[in-house]
Design a protein around this ligand. Sequence first.
Ligand SMILES: Nc1ncnc2c1ncn2[C@@H]1O[C@H](COP(=O)(O)OP(=O)(O)O)[C@@H](O)[C@H]1O
Ligand SMILES: [Mg+2]
Length: 272
Amino acid sequence: MIKGYFGLTEAPFTKYVPAANLFHSQAWQELSARLDHIVKNRALGVITGEVGAGKSTAVRALSSRLDPIRYPFIYIADSGLGPRGFYREVLSQFGVTPAFYQRDARRQFDRVLMDAYENQGKQPVLIIDQAHLLSASMLAEVRFLTNFQFDSLSPFALILVGQPELRATLRLRAFEPVRQRISVRYHLGGLEEQETRAYIEHVLTVEGDPAGHQQPLHRLPPGCHGPGRTDRRRGQRTAGATGLRAVVEGFSQVAIEGSAEGPSSLRPTGGT
Ligand SMILES: Nc1ncnc2c1ncn2[C@@H]1O[C@H](COP(=O)(O)OP(=O)(O)O)[C@@H](O)[C@H]1O
Ligand SMILES: [Mg+2]
């Protein structure tokens, strides 16, 4: 639908946007810089944002700009993950059979990660996505994960990524020891109106047909801020990337059903 109306070669706003086609909003750039900082300093970082804000995409982009040999990238997005499952996952990625008992697996984890760092010149990057769904036991375990050599040195970076509830959970007293170890926090907000327009134009341009049917949008479709979520901190309505897909698809459908030109709000500039 949207593909035909804008003369695109691919359906835009798809789940996997190639790294080269990503839209670099202000917030995106800030997030990317923080992710790089966490990796470089082998720190513990917490990234939050509403569903569709672009968190997982940013993490994917991070992995694509890191040398996989030097920065082994371990991405876990299993909501039912407990400490045992976590150690099993990480250790098996390093080719080590995990011990049965959690305490032993924790020691193995320490040994394997330290060996990778000290003897192999590697700086592993561990990502736990959907971290707002982590069990209390797994969140508490994060403290041990970051407890290397009495806090003086960590051989890896750990990034927890999740919806805003994650921040609230980490504020609980039980997680105070974990909270103390977090050195980078970032909340990825939605796009403001100006950037929303730029984002839609960007997607329609980078995924457009070289024959040139695509044109920048004349005006943001009314309601583009509708499907976004309220940025709780700032009390503003903002649009997440996923919501925009629905809006623009909806508008192109109306355009095709309603008139040959489409609604004025979506009519490309330069057209009639
Ligand atoms: N920087 C970006 N540029 C272009 N599209 C993006 C960007 N970030 C996210 N998207 C789009 O938004 C969708 C949702 O992003 P995602 O990273 O899955 O959100 P989250 O993990 O925060 O829920 C992606 O599938 C992609 O289509
Ligand atoms: Mg995600």
